[in-house]
Write a protein that binds this ligand. Sequence first.
Ligand SMILES: [Zn+2]
Length: 462
Amino acid sequence: MSDLVSIFLQLLLFKLVAPVTFRHHHYDDLVRTLYKVHNECPHVTRVYSIGRSVKGRHLYVLEFSDYPGIHEPLEPEVKYVGNMHGNEVLGRELLLQLSEFLCEEFRNRNQRIIQLVEGTRIHILPSMNPDGYEVAAAAQDRDTSGYLVGRNNANGVDLNRNFPDLNTYIYYNEKNGGPNHHLPLPDNWKNQVEPETQAVIQWIRSFNFVLSANLHGGAVVANYPYDKSLEHRVRGFRRTANTPTPDDTLFQKLAKVYSYAHGWMHQGWNCGDYFPDGITNGASWYSLSKGMQDFNYLHTNCFEITLELSCDKFPRQEELQREWLGNREALIQFLEQVHQGIKGMVRDENYNNLADAVISVSGINHDVTSGDHGDYFRLLLPGTYTVTATAPRFDPETVSVTVGPGEPKLVNFQLKRSTPPAAPKRRGPNSGHRGRVLPKKVQPRAARKKEMMMKQSQRVPA
Ligand SMILES: [Zn+2]
Protein backbone atom coordinates (compact mmCIF):
# COMPACT_ATOMS: atom_id res chain seq x y z
CA MET A 1 0.00 0.00 0.00
CA SER A 2 1.41 3.35 -0.94
CA ASP A 3 2.06 5.88 1.79
CA LEU A 4 -0.55 8.18 0.36
CA VAL A 5 -3.29 5.57 0.46
CA SER A 6 -2.31 4.63 3.99
CA ILE A 7 -2.45 8.27 5.11
CA PHE A 8 -5.81 8.65 3.42
CA LEU A 9 -7.20 5.59 5.23
CA GLN A 10 -5.87 6.84 8.54
CA LEU A 11 -7.49 10.19 7.97
CA LEU A 12 -10.76 8.53 7.05
CA LEU A 13 -10.60 6.38 10.17
CA PHE A 14 -9.77 9.41 12.28
CA LYS A 15 -12.75 11.23 10.85
CA LEU A 16 -15.06 8.31 11.49
CA VAL A 17 -14.06 7.92 15.11
CA ALA A 18 -13.54 11.60 15.87
CA PRO A 19 -15.88 12.42 18.74
CA VAL A 20 -18.35 14.99 17.51
CA THR A 21 -20.81 15.37 20.31
CA PHE A 22 -24.15 16.95 19.64
CA ARG A 23 -25.45 17.96 23.04
CA HIS A 24 -26.06 21.05 25.08
CA HIS A 25 -23.11 22.37 27.03
CA HIS A 26 -23.45 23.91 30.47
CA TYR A 27 -20.85 26.50 31.46
CA ASP A 28 -18.24 24.05 32.85
CA ASP A 29 -18.71 21.84 29.83
CA LEU A 30 -18.34 24.80 27.48
CA VAL A 31 -15.09 25.86 29.13
CA ARG A 32 -13.78 22.28 28.97
CA THR A 33 -14.65 22.10 25.27
CA LEU A 34 -12.82 25.33 24.47
CA TYR A 35 -9.69 24.12 26.26
CA LYS A 36 -10.02 20.70 24.63
CA VAL A 37 -9.96 22.35 21.20
CA HIS A 38 -7.01 24.46 22.30
CA ASN A 39 -5.13 21.36 23.46
CA GLU A 40 -5.84 19.64 20.16
CA CYS A 41 -4.70 22.64 18.12
CA PRO A 42 -2.32 24.49 20.46
CA HIS A 43 -0.36 26.24 17.71
CA VAL A 44 -3.29 27.90 16.03
CA THR A 45 -5.59 28.64 18.98
CA ARG A 46 -5.70 30.64 22.17
CA VAL A 47 -8.34 30.87 24.90
CA TYR A 48 -8.81 34.23 26.57
CA SER A 49 -11.43 35.93 28.71
CA ILE A 50 -12.85 39.37 27.93
CA GLY A 51 -14.39 39.80 31.39
CA ARG A 52 -16.97 38.31 33.68
CA SER A 53 -20.73 38.06 33.84
CA VAL A 54 -22.79 39.42 36.74
CA LYS A 55 -22.41 36.05 38.50
CA GLY A 56 -18.68 35.97 37.86
CA ARG A 57 -18.58 33.54 34.95
CA HIS A 58 -15.83 34.25 32.44
CA LEU A 59 -16.74 35.35 28.95
CA TYR A 60 -14.30 33.10 27.13
CA VAL A 61 -13.15 33.62 23.58
CA LEU A 62 -11.42 31.02 21.43
CA GLU A 63 -9.10 32.56 18.88
CA PHE A 64 -7.91 30.89 15.69
CA SER A 65 -4.84 32.28 13.95
CA ASP A 66 -1.48 31.12 12.69
CA TYR A 67 -0.04 33.52 15.28
CA PRO A 68 -2.53 33.43 18.16
CA GLY A 69 -2.44 36.54 20.32
CA ILE A 70 -0.78 38.67 17.65
CA HIS A 71 -2.26 41.05 15.12
CA GLU A 72 -0.47 40.60 11.82
CA PRO A 73 -0.74 43.71 9.66
CA LEU A 74 -3.13 43.26 6.71
CA GLU A 75 -4.64 40.15 8.27
CA PRO A 76 -8.26 40.97 9.14
CA GLU A 77 -9.91 40.24 12.49
CA VAL A 78 -13.36 38.68 12.48
CA LYS A 79 -15.65 37.52 15.29
CA TYR A 80 -18.69 35.45 16.14
CA VAL A 81 -20.79 36.11 19.23
CA GLY A 82 -23.32 33.57 20.46
CA ASN A 83 -25.94 33.22 23.19
CA MET A 84 -26.33 36.93 23.96
CA HIS A 85 -29.87 36.02 24.88
CA GLY A 86 -29.34 33.23 27.40
CA ASN A 87 -32.34 31.23 26.20
CA GLU A 88 -31.28 31.32 22.52
CA VAL A 89 -28.83 28.49 22.65
CA LEU A 90 -28.27 27.22 19.12
CA GLY A 91 -25.56 29.78 18.37
CA ARG A 92 -23.63 28.68 21.43
CA GLU A 93 -23.66 25.04 20.30
CA LEU A 94 -22.92 25.90 16.66
CA LEU A 95 -19.89 27.94 17.70
CA LEU A 96 -18.56 25.03 19.75
CA GLN A 97 -19.08 22.76 16.76
CA LEU A 98 -17.38 25.30 14.53
CA SER A 99 -14.40 25.44 16.90
CA GLU A 100 -14.00 21.67 16.82
CA PHE A 101 -14.48 21.65 13.07
CA LEU A 102 -11.86 24.33 12.36
CA CYS A 103 -9.35 22.53 14.55
CA GLU A 104 -10.01 19.08 13.10
CA GLU A 105 -9.98 20.24 9.51
CA PHE A 106 -6.81 22.22 10.07
CA ARG A 107 -5.19 19.06 11.40
CA ASN A 108 -6.61 17.11 8.47
CA ARG A 109 -4.90 19.56 6.12
CA ASN A 110 -8.11 20.81 4.61
CA GLN A 111 -6.65 23.48 2.30
CA ARG A 112 -9.64 25.77 2.56
CA ILE A 113 -9.51 25.80 6.36
CA ILE A 114 -5.72 26.18 6.42
CA GLN A 115 -6.00 29.19 4.13
CA LEU A 116 -8.74 30.65 6.30
CA VAL A 117 -6.85 30.22 9.56
CA GLU A 118 -3.55 31.43 8.13
CA GLY A 119 -5.07 34.49 6.49
CA THR A 120 -7.63 35.52 9.11
CA ARG A 121 -7.71 36.06 12.85
CA ILE A 122 -10.96 34.50 14.05
CA HIS A 123 -12.43 35.21 17.50
CA ILE A 124 -15.28 33.05 18.77
CA LEU A 125 -17.30 34.03 21.87
CA PRO A 126 -19.78 31.13 22.23
CA SER A 127 -21.68 32.74 25.10
CA MET A 128 -22.06 36.40 25.92
CA ASN A 129 -24.68 35.61 28.55
CA PRO A 130 -23.58 32.49 30.46
CA ASP A 131 -25.77 33.40 33.47
CA GLY A 132 -28.92 33.59 31.39
CA TYR A 133 -28.04 30.29 29.76
CA GLU A 134 -27.93 28.45 33.08
CA VAL A 135 -31.36 29.82 34.00
CA ALA A 136 -32.79 28.78 30.63
CA ALA A 137 -31.18 25.34 30.77
CA ALA A 138 -32.45 24.70 34.31
CA ALA A 139 -35.95 25.66 33.19
CA GLN A 140 -35.65 23.23 30.27
CA ASP A 141 -34.67 20.45 32.64
CA ARG A 142 -37.70 21.16 34.82
CA ASP A 143 -39.83 21.61 31.72
CA THR A 144 -40.88 25.01 33.03
CA SER A 145 -39.37 27.04 30.24
CA GLY A 146 -41.31 30.04 29.07
CA TYR A 147 -40.59 31.97 25.91
CA LEU A 148 -38.35 34.43 27.72
CA VAL A 149 -36.92 32.52 30.69
CA GLY A 150 -33.16 33.12 30.73
CA ARG A 151 -33.21 35.73 27.96
CA ASN A 152 -31.75 38.52 30.11
CA ASN A 153 -28.59 38.63 32.18
CA ALA A 154 -28.63 38.06 35.95
CA ASN A 155 -29.70 41.67 36.54
CA GLY A 156 -32.73 41.15 34.34
CA VAL A 157 -31.37 43.27 31.51
CA ASP A 158 -31.71 42.46 27.81
CA LEU A 159 -28.11 42.77 26.58
CA ASN A 160 -29.21 43.52 23.03
CA ARG A 161 -30.93 46.68 24.32
CA ASN A 162 -28.02 47.71 26.50
CA PHE A 163 -25.43 49.31 24.21
CA PRO A 164 -25.09 53.10 24.05
CA ASP A 165 -27.55 54.53 21.54
CA LEU A 166 -25.45 56.07 18.77
CA ASN A 167 -28.20 55.94 16.13
CA THR A 168 -29.74 59.15 17.38
CA TYR A 169 -26.41 60.90 16.75
CA ILE A 170 -25.86 59.42 13.31
CA TYR A 171 -29.39 60.24 12.14
CA TYR A 172 -28.82 63.80 13.31
CA ASN A 173 -25.42 63.96 11.59
CA GLU A 174 -26.79 62.53 8.35
CA LYS A 175 -29.17 65.45 8.19
CA ASN A 176 -27.01 68.22 9.58
CA GLY A 177 -23.45 67.12 8.88
CA GLY A 178 -20.98 65.69 11.35
CA PRO A 179 -18.90 62.56 11.79
CA ASN A 180 -20.14 59.52 9.89
CA HIS A 181 -18.15 56.92 11.85
CA HIS A 182 -16.54 56.18 15.22
CA LEU A 183 -19.15 58.12 17.14
CA PRO A 184 -17.94 58.62 20.70
CA LEU A 185 -19.26 56.89 23.77
CA PRO A 186 -21.11 58.94 26.36
CA ASP A 187 -18.76 60.04 29.17
CA ASN A 188 -20.39 57.87 31.80
CA TRP A 189 -21.07 54.90 29.53
CA LYS A 190 -19.65 52.35 31.98
CA ASN A 191 -22.30 53.24 34.52
CA GLN A 192 -25.03 52.76 31.94
CA VAL A 193 -24.24 49.26 30.77
CA GLU A 194 -24.14 45.76 32.22
CA PRO A 195 -20.85 43.94 32.96
CA GLU A 196 -21.30 41.68 29.91
CA THR A 197 -21.91 44.68 27.65
CA GLN A 198 -18.96 46.55 29.10
CA ALA A 199 -16.71 43.55 28.48
CA VAL A 200 -17.85 43.33 24.86
CA ILE A 201 -17.44 47.07 24.28
CA GLN A 202 -13.89 46.99 25.64
CA TRP A 203 -13.21 43.93 23.52
CA ILE A 204 -14.39 45.48 20.26
CA ARG A 205 -12.49 48.68 21.02
CA SER A 206 -9.23 46.81 21.57
CA PHE A 207 -9.25 44.77 18.34
CA ASN A 208 -9.70 46.22 14.89
CA PHE A 209 -12.57 43.90 13.93
CA VAL A 210 -13.72 44.09 10.34
CA LEU A 211 -16.61 41.63 10.20
CA SER A 212 -18.86 39.97 12.76
CA ALA A 213 -22.05 38.03 13.29
CA ASN A 214 -24.21 37.83 16.40
CA LEU A 215 -26.10 34.52 16.67
CA HIS A 216 -29.67 34.44 17.98
CA GLY A 217 -32.80 32.28 17.75
CA GLY A 218 -36.58 32.54 17.56
CA ALA A 219 -36.71 33.08 13.80
CA VAL A 220 -34.66 32.07 10.76
CA VAL A 221 -33.32 35.12 8.96
CA ALA A 222 -30.12 37.13 8.45
CA ASN A 223 -30.75 40.61 9.83
CA TYR A 224 -28.57 43.58 8.89
CA PRO A 225 -28.32 47.18 10.22
CA TYR A 226 -29.82 49.46 11.09
CA ASP A 227 -31.91 47.86 13.80
CA LYS A 228 -33.22 51.18 15.00
CA SER A 229 -35.84 52.78 12.84
CA LEU A 230 -35.20 56.33 11.66
CA GLU A 231 -38.83 57.14 11.19
CA HIS A 232 -41.12 56.43 14.05
CA ARG A 233 -43.83 55.14 11.78
CA VAL A 234 -46.20 52.72 13.39
CA ARG A 235 -47.46 49.79 11.35
CA GLY A 236 -50.11 47.91 13.24
CA PHE A 237 -48.78 47.92 16.77
CA ARG A 238 -45.16 47.81 15.62
CA ARG A 239 -42.79 50.62 14.90
CA THR A 240 -41.09 49.71 11.68
CA ALA A 241 -39.47 51.35 8.67
CA ASN A 242 -36.64 50.19 6.45
CA THR A 243 -33.59 52.10 7.70
CA PRO A 244 -30.57 51.35 5.52
CA THR A 245 -26.96 52.17 6.35
CA PRO A 246 -24.74 53.85 3.74
CA ASP A 247 -23.36 50.32 3.21
CA ASP A 248 -26.77 48.83 2.51
CA THR A 249 -25.94 46.86 -0.64
CA LEU A 250 -22.86 45.41 1.01
CA PHE A 251 -24.82 44.41 4.11
CA GLN A 252 -27.48 42.79 1.95
CA LYS A 253 -24.84 40.80 0.20
CA LEU A 254 -23.24 39.70 3.48
CA ALA A 255 -26.64 38.59 4.77
CA LYS A 256 -27.37 36.75 1.51
CA VAL A 257 -24.07 34.92 1.62
CA TYR A 258 -25.19 33.45 4.91
CA SER A 259 -28.78 32.75 3.94
CA TYR A 260 -27.90 31.07 0.63
CA ALA A 261 -25.12 28.96 2.12
CA HIS A 262 -27.53 27.93 4.88
CA GLY A 263 -29.61 24.80 4.37
CA TRP A 264 -32.99 26.51 4.28
CA MET A 265 -32.77 30.15 5.42
CA HIS A 266 -32.81 31.49 1.85
CA GLN A 267 -36.14 29.84 1.12
CA GLY A 268 -37.75 32.67 3.03
CA TRP A 269 -40.65 30.83 4.67
CA ASN A 270 -39.58 29.87 8.17
CA CYS A 271 -41.26 29.79 11.57
CA GLY A 272 -44.48 31.15 10.06
CA ASP A 273 -42.79 34.29 8.78
CA TYR A 274 -41.61 35.22 5.29
CA PHE A 275 -38.41 37.10 4.47
CA PRO A 276 -37.44 37.40 0.77
CA ASP A 277 -34.03 35.73 0.28
CA GLY A 278 -34.01 34.96 3.99
CA ILE A 279 -32.71 38.41 4.87
CA THR A 280 -34.12 41.59 6.37
CA ASN A 281 -33.18 45.07 7.37
CA GLY A 282 -33.48 45.06 11.17
CA ALA A 283 -35.63 48.18 11.49
CA SER A 284 -37.88 47.04 8.68
CA TRP A 285 -38.69 43.89 10.70
CA TYR A 286 -39.08 45.62 14.05
CA SER A 287 -37.21 48.57 15.43
CA LEU A 288 -34.95 48.20 18.41
CA SER A 289 -32.74 50.65 20.23
CA LYS A 290 -29.31 50.10 21.77
CA GLY A 291 -28.62 46.87 19.91
CA MET A 292 -25.16 45.45 19.35
CA GLN A 293 -24.98 45.42 15.54
CA ASP A 294 -25.74 49.12 15.12
CA PHE A 295 -23.20 49.89 17.84
CA ASN A 296 -20.47 47.92 16.05
CA TYR A 297 -21.07 49.86 12.85
CA LEU A 298 -21.31 53.29 14.45
CA HIS A 299 -18.51 53.06 17.00
CA THR A 300 -15.92 50.82 15.34
CA ASN A 301 -14.74 49.60 11.95
CA CYS A 302 -16.69 46.38 12.38
CA PHE A 303 -19.58 45.38 10.12
CA GLU A 304 -21.89 43.12 12.11
CA ILE A 305 -25.07 41.28 11.16
CA THR A 306 -27.47 39.39 13.41
CA LEU A 307 -28.30 35.80 12.53
CA GLU A 308 -31.58 34.31 13.71
CA LEU A 309 -30.96 30.61 13.39
CA SER A 310 -33.83 28.52 14.73
CA CYS A 311 -37.57 28.79 15.29
CA ASP A 312 -37.14 27.02 18.58
CA LYS A 313 -34.90 29.07 20.85
CA PHE A 314 -33.81 25.98 22.77
CA PRO A 315 -33.81 23.16 20.20
CA ARG A 316 -33.86 19.60 21.42
CA GLN A 317 -30.52 17.85 21.54
CA GLU A 318 -31.58 15.54 18.70
CA GLU A 319 -31.89 18.52 16.37
CA LEU A 320 -28.37 19.83 16.89
CA GLN A 321 -26.69 17.72 14.24
CA ARG A 322 -29.17 18.73 11.55
CA GLU A 323 -28.73 22.37 12.58
CA TRP A 324 -24.97 22.08 12.41
CA LEU A 325 -25.10 20.57 8.94
CA GLY A 326 -27.50 23.34 7.88
CA ASN A 327 -25.20 26.08 9.19
CA ARG A 328 -21.68 24.72 8.71
CA GLU A 329 -21.04 25.97 5.18
CA ALA A 330 -22.69 29.31 5.95
CA LEU A 331 -20.51 29.85 9.03
CA ILE A 332 -17.37 29.22 6.96
CA GLN A 333 -18.45 31.28 3.94
CA PHE A 334 -19.35 34.22 6.14
CA LEU A 335 -15.85 34.24 7.65
CA GLU A 336 -14.41 34.21 4.13
CA GLN A 337 -16.39 37.37 3.33
CA VAL A 338 -13.85 39.39 5.30
CA HIS A 339 -11.53 38.95 2.31
CA GLN A 340 -13.09 41.39 -0.15
CA GLY A 341 -12.90 45.06 -1.04
CA ILE A 342 -9.66 46.91 -0.39
CA LYS A 343 -7.03 46.88 2.31
CA GLY A 344 -3.58 48.33 2.74
CA MET A 345 -1.11 50.28 4.81
CA VAL A 346 -1.21 53.98 5.58
CA ARG A 347 2.29 55.36 6.11
CA ASP A 348 4.13 58.65 6.16
CA GLU A 349 7.05 59.56 3.90
CA ASN A 350 9.45 57.78 6.24
CA TYR A 351 7.43 54.58 6.18
CA ASN A 352 6.13 55.08 9.69
CA ASN A 353 2.72 53.48 10.11
CA LEU A 354 -0.13 55.91 10.61
CA ALA A 355 -2.86 54.75 12.97
CA ASP A 356 -6.32 56.33 12.94
CA ALA A 357 -6.00 57.60 9.37
CA VAL A 358 -9.45 57.97 7.82
CA ILE A 359 -10.31 56.05 4.66
CA SER A 360 -13.26 57.53 2.77
CA VAL A 361 -14.98 56.08 -0.27
CA SER A 362 -16.76 58.61 -2.38
CA GLY A 363 -20.47 57.90 -2.54
CA ILE A 364 -20.52 55.93 0.71
CA ASN A 365 -21.05 58.14 3.72
CA HIS A 366 -19.29 55.86 6.20
CA ASP A 367 -15.54 56.01 6.71
CA VAL A 368 -13.23 53.48 8.27
CA THR A 369 -9.92 54.08 10.02
CA SER A 370 -6.52 52.42 10.04
CA GLY A 371 -5.67 50.32 13.08
CA ASP A 372 -2.78 50.64 15.51
CA HIS A 373 -0.45 49.02 12.98
CA GLY A 374 -1.38 51.41 10.18
CA ASP A 375 -3.37 48.82 8.27
CA TYR A 376 -6.95 49.37 7.15
CA PHE A 377 -9.67 47.15 5.72
CA ARG A 378 -12.59 48.47 3.69
CA LEU A 379 -15.20 45.89 2.67
CA LEU A 380 -16.58 46.80 -0.76
CA LEU A 381 -18.58 45.13 -3.48
CA PRO A 382 -16.96 44.84 -6.93
CA GLY A 383 -16.83 48.19 -8.72
CA THR A 384 -14.71 51.26 -9.29
CA TYR A 385 -14.26 53.62 -6.37
CA THR A 386 -12.57 56.89 -5.51
CA VAL A 387 -10.81 56.37 -2.21
CA THR A 388 -9.18 59.04 -0.06
CA ALA A 389 -6.89 58.67 2.94
CA THR A 390 -6.59 61.55 5.38
CA ALA A 391 -4.76 62.10 8.63
CA PRO A 392 -4.24 65.18 10.78
CA ARG A 393 -1.22 67.24 9.61
CA PHE A 394 -0.97 65.31 6.33
CA ASP A 395 -2.18 66.07 2.84
CA PRO A 396 -5.02 63.81 1.75
CA GLU A 397 -4.28 61.29 -0.96
CA THR A 398 -6.93 60.15 -3.42
CA VAL A 399 -6.81 57.19 -5.77
CA SER A 400 -9.18 55.44 -8.12
CA VAL A 401 -9.52 51.71 -7.48
CA THR A 402 -11.31 48.92 -9.29
CA VAL A 403 -12.35 46.11 -7.02
CA GLY A 404 -12.98 42.66 -8.42
CA PRO A 405 -15.02 39.81 -6.94
CA GLY A 406 -12.02 37.89 -5.63
CA GLU A 407 -9.31 38.69 -3.13
CA PRO A 408 -9.19 42.21 -1.68
CA LYS A 409 -7.19 44.72 -3.65
CA LEU A 410 -4.08 46.02 -1.94
CA VAL A 411 -4.12 49.83 -1.88
CA ASN A 412 -1.36 51.45 0.15
CA PHE A 413 -1.18 55.14 0.99
CA GLN A 414 1.92 57.18 1.66
CA LEU A 415 0.84 60.55 3.01
CA LYS A 416 2.96 63.69 2.76
CA ARG A 417 3.13 66.06 5.68
CA SER A 418 1.14 69.16 4.84
CA THR A 419 2.83 72.54 4.46
CA PRO A 420 2.99 74.83 6.23
CA PRO A 421 3.09 72.66 9.32
CA ALA A 422 1.56 75.46 11.35
CA ALA A 423 -1.79 74.99 9.64
CA PRO A 424 -2.89 71.45 10.34
CA LYS A 425 -5.56 70.20 7.99
CA ARG A 426 -8.33 68.33 9.69
CA ARG A 427 -11.55 67.10 8.30
CA GLY A 428 -13.32 68.09 11.47
CA PRO A 429 -12.89 67.74 15.18
CA ASN A 430 -14.40 64.28 15.20
CA SER A 431 -12.97 62.69 12.12
CA GLY A 432 -10.30 60.61 13.83
CA HIS A 433 -10.48 57.22 15.44
CA ARG A 434 -13.08 57.22 18.21
CA GLY A 435 -14.05 60.79 17.31
CA ARG A 436 -13.82 63.09 20.26
CA VAL A 437 -16.59 65.42 21.12
CA LEU A 438 -20.06 65.63 19.72
CA PRO A 439 -22.25 68.67 20.07
CA LYS A 440 -24.38 68.15 23.12
CA LYS A 441 -28.15 68.22 23.00
CA VAL A 442 -28.31 66.60 19.59
CA GLN A 443 -31.21 64.62 20.90
CA PRO A 444 -34.10 66.97 21.47
CA ARG A 445 -36.20 66.35 24.53
CA ALA A 446 -39.31 65.80 22.50
CA ALA A 447 -37.67 63.05 20.47
CA ARG A 448 -36.47 61.40 23.63
CA LYS A 449 -39.93 61.47 25.13
CA LYS A 450 -41.42 60.07 21.94
CA GLU A 451 -38.87 57.30 21.99
CA MET A 452 -39.79 56.39 25.54
CA MET A 453 -43.42 56.16 24.52
CA MET A 454 -42.54 54.06 21.50
CA LYS A 455 -40.51 51.69 23.63
CA GLN A 456 -43.58 50.75 25.58
CA SER A 457 -45.25 49.42 22.47
CA GLN A 458 -42.27 47.36 21.41
CA ARG A 459 -42.98 43.67 21.07
CA VAL A 460 -40.70 41.07 22.56
CA PRO A 461 -38.51 39.77 19.79
CA ALA A 462 -35.98 37.21 18.74
ZN1 LIG B 1 -32.09 37.08 20.54
